[in-house]
Design a binder for this molecule. Structure first.
Ligand code: NI
Length: 165
């Protein structure tokens, strides 16, 4: 869990930039790529990452949700733009509305009592989880994957190196 606002802020700033790189590589056509037929699409997962920071309002933070509500936009650019806005709105709300003590306060989350610092950690990990799902679907959709935590197949090739298997 996070016990210092500053620690969360530093990690979230880095992570939101990685997520923005992934969101920025989406195309409108790729949004309909499904995990398996009839299940979540790449657009659904991307929009889930736009919606989910707003769940932190359940812990008492106040900031606007994404424009358009739960409906997944048809435009990859709109999804990327809304992600950038809401991820920074969450950061700003945490920095201006909470103190380090707020991170120790508990709130009922999914039937359990969670400290706000735990919920922030969950939010960060949850984003990384779905971002990983996105990069697989993006590769399957023929898109170039940006580097997230290391080099990609394409960047190995461009560096004149043998891609790792
Ligand atoms: Ni989720």
């Amino acid at each position: 869990m996070f016990v210092k606002i500053n620690d969360f802020a530093k990690e979230w700033e880095e992570e939101l930039k990685l997520t923005e790189k992934v969101m920025g590589a989406l195309t409108d056509d790729s949004l309909s790529r499904e995990v398996i037929p009839g299940r979540r699409t790449l657009g659904d997962i991307a929009w889930h990452l736009v919606l989910s920071p707003h769940y932190m309002t359940g812990c008492g933070l106040v900031f606007d949700g994404p424009a358009g509500g739960k409906e997944v936009p048809a435009s990859a650019a709109v999804i990327a733009e809304e992600y950038g806005r809401i991820s920074r709105a969450l950061l700003e709300a945490v920095k201006t509305q909470w103190s380090d003590d707020s991170l120790l306060e508990t709130v009922d989350m999914m039937g359990e009592s969670w400290a706000n610092g735990v919920t922030l950690r969950f939010t960060l990990m949850h984003q990384a989880h779905h971002r990983g799902q996105m990069t697989v679907l993006m590769r399957q959709a023929g898109l170039r994957i940006p580097e997230v935590y290391g080099q990609t197949y394409d960047s190995w090739i461009e560096a004149g190196m043998e891609p790792l298997k």
